[in-house]
Design a protein. Structure first.
Length: 155
């Protein structure tokens, strides 16, 4: 299949596929006219990459899973390196959760202290509701490559 068909079947863009190819995660063959062609195996690799990046893995962090599939395993998470990558991501997430919990607890304490110490003065109007909370799972550089390119080219 050609690059456009692969992108459509995988729900991504041709630009993203070229980027994945440049990073060594996908390999294209060339037809006699020099056009990129891909088989079902590349679609399988791409689906693995997308599934992992969608849950917060950086593109480079998908490499052990891609290598596991390329080695002929039925799934990308069947290899020891893939299991290690999962463990590493869980440790990273646990650290983020612990840090966010500490920040939340600090804000809660400051609010309680402020409410307890607030003098009986005329209150200003309530502030507008805060924006939706954001939880950053993707590093800024990877978010730019992964999501911005996809959104821009899906139009």
């Amino acid at each position: 299949m050609r690059i456009g068909e692969l992108a459509a079947r995988a729900g991504t863009t041709t630009r993203a596929l070229r980027y994945y190819e440049a990073r060594g995660l996908l390999t294209a063959r060339r037809d006699p006219r020099g056009h990129r062609t891909y088989g079902e195996e590349e679609l399988r690799l791409l689906r693995q990459i997308r599934a992992l990046t969608d849950v917060g893995f950086g593109l480079e962090e998908t490499r052990p899973f891609v290598e596991c599939l390329r080695a002929g395993n039925p799934t990308g998470d069947a290899c020891p390196a893939s299991l290690a990558a999962y463990r590493g991501k869980l440790a990273e997430l646990d650290a983020c959760i612990a840090e966010l919990t500490a920040v939340r607890d600090s804000v809660r304490e400051r609010l309680a202290h402020a409410e307890a110490e607030a003098p009986a003065v005329r209150q200003p109007p309530p502030p507008p509701p805060p924006p939706e909370p954001a939880c950053e799972l993707f590093p800024p550089t990877e978010r730019k490559h992964h999501h911005a390119a996809d959104r821009r080219h899906r139009r």
